[in-house]
Design a protein around this ligand. Structure first.
Ligand SMILES: Nc1ncnc2c1ncn2[C@@H]1O[C@H](COP(=O)(O)OP(=O)(O)OP(=O)(O)O)[C@@H](O)[C@H]1O
Ligand SMILES: [Mg+2]
Length: 247
Protein backbone atom coordinates (compact mmCIF):
# COMPACT_ATOMS: atom_id res chain seq x y z
CA UNK A 1 0.00 0.00 0.00
CA UNK A 2 1.41 3.41 -1.00
CA UNK A 3 0.15 6.62 0.51
CA UNK A 4 -0.12 8.77 3.59
CA UNK A 5 -1.87 8.60 6.93
CA UNK A 6 -2.98 12.09 7.93
CA UNK A 7 -3.25 12.97 11.59
CA UNK A 8 -3.64 16.24 13.45
CA UNK A 9 -1.93 17.63 16.51
CA UNK A 10 -5.52 17.83 17.73
CA UNK A 11 -9.07 17.48 16.53
CA UNK A 12 -10.50 20.21 14.29
CA UNK A 13 -7.13 21.36 12.91
CA UNK A 14 -8.16 20.84 9.30
CA UNK A 15 -7.18 17.25 8.49
CA UNK A 16 -10.19 16.68 6.24
CA UNK A 17 -9.72 19.87 4.30
CA UNK A 18 -5.98 19.44 3.94
CA UNK A 19 -6.29 15.76 2.97
CA UNK A 20 -9.02 16.38 0.40
CA UNK A 21 -7.35 19.45 -1.05
CA UNK A 22 -3.92 17.82 -1.28
CA UNK A 23 -5.49 14.82 -3.02
CA UNK A 24 -7.27 17.14 -5.48
CA UNK A 25 -4.12 19.16 -6.19
CA UNK A 26 -2.12 15.98 -6.85
CA UNK A 27 -4.90 14.46 -8.95
CA UNK A 28 -4.81 17.62 -11.08
CA UNK A 29 -1.15 16.83 -11.65
CA UNK A 30 -1.97 13.34 -12.88
CA UNK A 31 -1.44 11.32 -9.69
CA UNK A 32 -4.13 8.74 -8.97
CA UNK A 33 -4.80 9.58 -5.32
CA UNK A 34 -7.71 7.99 -3.44
CA UNK A 35 -8.99 9.10 -0.04
CA UNK A 36 -10.58 7.36 2.90
CA UNK A 37 -11.85 7.99 6.39
CA UNK A 38 -12.16 4.44 7.73
CA UNK A 39 -13.84 5.38 11.01
CA UNK A 40 -16.00 8.49 11.34
CA UNK A 41 -17.77 9.65 14.48
CA UNK A 42 -20.34 12.42 14.72
CA UNK A 43 -21.85 12.09 11.24
CA UNK A 44 -23.40 9.25 9.28
CA UNK A 45 -21.59 8.13 6.12
CA UNK A 46 -23.72 10.04 3.63
CA UNK A 47 -24.05 13.23 5.70
CA UNK A 48 -22.69 15.97 3.40
CA UNK A 49 -21.14 17.68 6.46
CA UNK A 50 -19.25 14.53 7.47
CA UNK A 51 -15.58 13.93 6.74
CA UNK A 52 -16.14 11.07 4.29
CA UNK A 53 -18.45 13.10 2.04
CA UNK A 54 -16.23 16.18 2.35
CA UNK A 55 -13.18 14.17 1.34
CA UNK A 56 -15.07 12.68 -1.60
CA UNK A 57 -16.13 16.13 -2.87
CA UNK A 58 -12.79 17.84 -2.29
CA UNK A 59 -10.68 15.07 -3.79
CA UNK A 60 -13.21 14.67 -6.63
CA UNK A 61 -13.10 10.88 -6.58
CA UNK A 62 -15.89 8.62 -7.80
CA UNK A 63 -15.50 5.88 -5.15
CA UNK A 64 -18.75 5.06 -3.36
CA UNK A 65 -19.09 6.48 0.14
CA UNK A 66 -18.94 2.94 1.56
CA UNK A 67 -15.59 2.51 -0.17
CA UNK A 68 -14.37 5.71 1.53
CA UNK A 69 -15.81 5.09 5.00
CA UNK A 70 -15.96 1.67 6.68
CA UNK A 71 -17.88 2.67 9.79
CA UNK A 72 -19.72 5.85 10.79
CA UNK A 73 -21.02 6.38 14.30
CA UNK A 74 -23.51 9.04 15.36
CA UNK A 75 -21.92 10.22 18.63
CA UNK A 76 -19.26 12.96 18.27
CA UNK A 77 -16.72 11.31 20.59
CA UNK A 78 -13.48 9.37 20.09
CA UNK A 79 -14.21 6.41 17.78
CA UNK A 80 -13.57 3.62 20.30
CA UNK A 81 -16.07 5.14 22.73
CA UNK A 82 -18.54 5.88 19.91
CA UNK A 83 -18.35 2.18 18.99
CA UNK A 84 -19.00 1.13 22.55
CA UNK A 85 -22.00 3.49 22.76
CA UNK A 86 -23.43 2.02 19.55
CA UNK A 87 -22.60 -1.61 20.47
CA UNK A 88 -20.38 -1.92 17.42
CA UNK A 89 -17.05 -3.68 17.23
CA UNK A 90 -14.58 -2.88 14.51
CA UNK A 91 -11.09 -4.32 14.81
CA UNK A 92 -7.72 -3.22 13.50
CA UNK A 93 -7.78 -6.09 11.00
CA UNK A 94 -11.06 -4.75 9.56
CA UNK A 95 -9.52 -1.31 8.98
CA UNK A 96 -6.39 -2.80 7.43
CA UNK A 97 -8.42 -4.95 4.98
CA UNK A 98 -10.66 -1.99 4.16
CA UNK A 99 -7.65 0.22 3.38
CA UNK A 100 -6.01 -2.54 1.32
CA UNK A 101 -9.11 -2.77 -0.83
CA UNK A 102 -9.18 1.04 -1.20
CA UNK A 103 -5.50 1.10 -2.11
CA UNK A 104 -6.11 -1.51 -4.84
CA UNK A 105 -8.33 1.04 -6.59
CA UNK A 106 -5.72 3.82 -6.56
CA UNK A 107 -2.00 4.31 -6.96
CA UNK A 108 -1.86 6.37 -3.75
CA UNK A 109 -4.19 6.29 -0.77
CA UNK A 110 -4.57 9.20 1.68
CA UNK A 111 -6.13 7.95 4.91
CA UNK A 112 -7.56 10.46 7.39
CA UNK A 113 -7.29 9.32 11.01
CA UNK A 114 -9.35 10.73 13.88
CA UNK A 115 -8.07 13.58 16.04
CA UNK A 116 -4.41 13.09 16.93
CA UNK A 117 -2.11 10.09 17.24
CA UNK A 118 -2.83 9.04 20.83
CA UNK A 119 -6.49 8.30 20.23
CA UNK A 120 -8.49 5.16 21.09
CA UNK A 121 -9.54 4.26 17.56
CA UNK A 122 -11.03 0.78 17.10
CA UNK A 123 -12.17 -1.89 19.54
CA UNK A 124 -8.69 -3.39 19.90
CA UNK A 125 -6.31 -0.59 18.90
CA UNK A 126 -5.34 3.06 18.99
CA UNK A 127 -4.57 5.27 15.99
CA UNK A 128 -0.81 4.65 16.16
CA UNK A 129 -1.31 0.83 16.16
CA UNK A 130 -3.36 1.10 12.99
CA UNK A 131 -0.82 3.36 11.28
CA UNK A 132 1.90 0.81 12.03
CA UNK A 133 -0.24 -2.06 10.77
CA UNK A 134 -0.94 -0.16 7.53
CA UNK A 135 2.76 0.67 7.24
CA UNK A 136 2.00 4.17 5.95
CA UNK A 137 4.10 7.29 6.57
CA UNK A 138 2.40 10.17 8.35
CA UNK A 139 1.61 13.76 7.45
CA UNK A 140 0.79 15.96 10.44
CA UNK A 141 -1.66 18.87 10.24
CA UNK A 142 -1.10 21.50 12.94
CA UNK A 143 -2.58 24.88 13.71
CA UNK A 144 0.06 27.59 13.67
CA UNK A 145 0.51 29.80 16.71
CA UNK A 146 1.25 29.40 20.37
CA UNK A 147 1.81 25.76 21.32
CA UNK A 148 2.48 24.55 17.77
CA UNK A 149 6.14 23.68 18.32
CA UNK A 150 5.30 21.74 21.47
CA UNK A 151 2.33 19.88 19.93
CA UNK A 152 4.15 19.10 16.69
CA UNK A 153 7.37 17.86 18.30
CA UNK A 154 5.49 15.72 20.84
CA UNK A 155 3.50 14.17 18.00
CA UNK A 156 6.62 13.53 15.90
CA UNK A 157 8.50 11.95 18.81
CA UNK A 158 5.52 9.79 19.79
CA UNK A 159 5.30 8.48 16.23
CA UNK A 160 9.02 7.86 15.97
CA UNK A 161 9.03 5.97 19.26
CA UNK A 162 6.60 3.61 17.61
CA UNK A 163 8.71 3.24 14.45
CA UNK A 164 6.34 5.29 12.33
CA UNK A 165 7.87 7.46 9.64
CA UNK A 166 6.89 11.13 9.53
CA UNK A 167 6.91 12.77 6.11
CA UNK A 168 6.20 16.33 7.21
CA UNK A 169 3.90 18.92 8.69
CA UNK A 170 1.34 21.27 7.14
CA UNK A 171 0.13 24.30 9.09
CA UNK A 172 -3.51 25.23 8.66
CA UNK A 173 -5.12 28.25 10.20
CA UNK A 174 -8.52 26.66 10.76
CA UNK A 175 -9.67 29.50 13.01
CA UNK A 176 -9.24 33.23 12.55
CA UNK A 177 -6.51 35.12 14.41
CA UNK A 178 -7.79 35.93 17.88
CA UNK A 179 -6.02 39.23 18.14
CA UNK A 180 -7.14 42.61 19.25
CA UNK A 181 -4.52 44.80 17.64
CA UNK A 182 -1.85 44.91 14.94
CA UNK A 183 1.02 44.25 17.32
CA UNK A 184 -0.59 40.97 18.36
CA UNK A 185 -1.25 39.95 14.81
CA UNK A 186 2.34 40.76 13.73
CA UNK A 187 3.53 38.65 16.63
CA UNK A 188 1.34 35.76 15.44
CA UNK A 189 2.86 35.97 11.95
CA UNK A 190 6.36 35.92 13.45
CA UNK A 191 5.38 32.89 15.54
CA UNK A 192 4.15 31.09 12.44
CA UNK A 193 7.42 31.70 10.63
CA UNK A 194 9.64 30.63 13.51
CA UNK A 195 7.52 27.56 14.35
CA UNK A 196 8.56 25.88 11.11
CA UNK A 197 12.28 26.37 11.74
CA UNK A 198 12.08 25.17 15.34
CA UNK A 199 10.33 21.98 14.20
CA UNK A 200 12.79 21.38 11.38
CA UNK A 201 15.86 22.09 13.52
CA UNK A 202 14.70 19.94 16.38
CA UNK A 203 13.38 16.94 14.45
CA UNK A 204 14.57 17.23 10.85
CA UNK A 205 10.93 17.04 9.74
CA UNK A 206 9.97 19.58 7.06
CA UNK A 207 6.99 21.93 7.19
CA UNK A 208 5.56 22.01 3.68
CA UNK A 209 3.73 25.30 4.15
CA UNK A 210 0.96 27.17 5.95
CA UNK A 211 -2.61 27.60 4.76
CA UNK A 212 -4.16 30.93 5.70
CA UNK A 213 -7.61 31.24 7.21
CA UNK A 214 -10.45 31.62 4.73
CA UNK A 215 -12.85 34.13 6.26
CA UNK A 216 -15.47 34.06 3.52
CA UNK A 217 -15.84 31.28 1.01
CA UNK A 218 -16.75 31.50 -2.61
CA UNK A 219 -16.65 27.70 -2.80
CA UNK A 220 -15.20 24.70 -1.00
CA UNK A 221 -12.58 24.63 -3.73
CA UNK A 222 -11.00 27.74 -2.16
CA UNK A 223 -9.02 25.39 0.06
CA UNK A 224 -7.67 23.57 -2.99
CA UNK A 225 -6.47 26.87 -4.43
CA UNK A 226 -4.82 27.68 -1.10
CA UNK A 227 -2.99 24.36 -1.19
CA UNK A 228 -1.82 25.07 -4.74
CA UNK A 229 -0.51 28.49 -3.67
CA UNK A 230 0.97 27.74 -0.25
CA UNK A 231 2.06 24.13 -0.03
CA UNK A 232 5.33 22.79 -1.37
CA UNK A 233 3.81 19.90 -3.31
CA UNK A 234 7.12 19.06 -4.92
CA UNK A 235 8.71 18.73 -1.47
CA UNK A 236 5.88 16.48 -0.32
CA UNK A 237 6.23 14.29 -3.43
CA UNK A 238 10.00 14.08 -2.94
CA UNK A 239 9.56 13.03 0.70
CA UNK A 240 7.02 10.41 -0.34
CA UNK A 241 9.33 9.27 -3.13
CA UNK A 242 12.18 8.76 -0.67
CA UNK A 243 9.94 6.70 1.64
CA UNK A 244 8.98 4.38 -1.19
CA UNK A 245 12.43 4.17 -2.73
CA UNK A 246 13.67 3.01 0.70
CA UNK A 247 16.04 5.97 1.40
N1 LIG B 1 -7.96 27.34 6.28
C1 LIG B 1 -9.20 27.37 6.77
N2 LIG B 1 -9.92 28.50 6.75
C2 LIG B 1 -11.17 28.55 7.25
N3 LIG B 1 -11.79 27.50 7.81
C3 LIG B 1 -11.13 26.34 7.88
C4 LIG B 1 -9.81 26.19 7.35
N4 LIG B 1 -9.42 24.91 7.55
C5 LIG B 1 -10.43 24.29 8.15
N5 LIG B 1 -11.46 25.14 8.36
C6 LIG B 1 -12.73 24.84 9.05
O1 LIG B 1 -12.39 24.21 10.28
C7 LIG B 1 -13.23 23.11 10.52
C8 LIG B 1 -12.38 21.91 10.86
O2 LIG B 1 -11.71 21.47 9.69
P1 LIG B 1 -11.60 19.91 9.38
O3 LIG B 1 -12.95 19.27 9.42
O4 LIG B 1 -10.82 19.75 8.14
O5 LIG B 1 -10.76 19.47 10.68
P2 LIG B 1 -10.36 18.00 11.13
O6 LIG B 1 -9.01 18.06 11.72
O7 LIG B 1 -10.55 17.07 9.98
O8 LIG B 1 -11.44 17.70 12.27
P3 LIG B 1 -11.83 16.27 12.88
O9 LIG B 1 -10.85 16.01 13.98
O10 LIG B 1 -13.23 16.50 13.37
O11 LIG B 1 -11.77 15.25 11.79
C9 LIG B 1 -14.06 22.87 9.26
O12 LIG B 1 -15.40 23.09 9.59
C10 LIG B 1 -13.62 23.88 8.27
O13 LIG B 1 -14.77 24.57 7.84
MG1 LIG C 1 -11.78 15.45 9.82
Amino acid sequence: MKGLFIIGTDTGVGKTWVTGALARALRRRGYDVGVCKPIQSGNLKDDPAGDAMTLRRLADVSDSISDICLCALPQPVAPQLAMRLSNVDIYMEDVVSFCRRASNRHEWLFVEGAGGVAVPYVSDAWVSDVIRALDLPVLIVARPGLGTVNHSILTIEYLRNQDIRVVGVVFNRSSALCTENDTDSRLMVLLEETNASYIRESTGVPVFGALPHISSFTSELDIVNLVEENINLRGLLESLGSVYSGD
